[in-house]
Unconditional design. Sequence first.
Length: 256
Amino acid sequence: MKSTSVPSSQEQYDQGGGLAYSEMNSVFKTTTQIVDPLIWHVLGDLKGKSILDLGCGWGDYLEVMSKSGAKELVGVDISREMIDCATKRFEPGTVELIVGDMAAVDLPLIVGENRFDLILSVWSLYNMETNEQLEQAFKNTYKMLAPGGKACFLLCDDHKVVETGLGKIIEQEVKEVVKGDWSGPTAIRKLLSKTCEVFDYWRPYAMHEEAAKKAGYSRVEKVETLFDERGLTAWSSDDWQKIKDGKPMYAIVAYK
């Protein structure tokens, strides 16, 4: 149970937690050498595409996409602070940025139905506290996709994160990034000098697949972790091999 004294995900992001997390993520070796290769692989060619980044944060992936020849870019995030930060990164009129909840029933009406060729959502499904919210999020993405479009959701196998030692590797990297001790509460606490903790709601792949099919997707695929071989120099050979063998991250690719 989540204590009522702990701020919600939206409150944490609006209080600066999201910005701190995004800044930290941008220098993570885990992001650049494990997460990013998988994202760009499942998205494929972006040229001429209409693309939605759902849970866009401060716009890291939108910035890369803006140089890819995409026809249209839209970012949605639940945090006003994150959207305000993202707005400062782009020239007016180049990226449409919207404050919105990916599980809100009216989101497709606000953003547009049958609009996008591609939808990207990195880690955002972890903020779905209830199964009803999870199902609604999949329904929303389905409605916002144009016929023939696909939605890509990045997630982790939580037990593999433990088995491969990736969790401890990330913890050590967080220590290096924040230049201090880190022992349970997130790095956001260290960066903001606040007592707050981010809550993630982990679910098995089968539950996500079921929710996607229930939303109407015609085909749902699980794409395993891809790697940038620079990881061989970024980590020890033993740690890198554990991560490669365990494949702790994956993408759900759902086709309309």
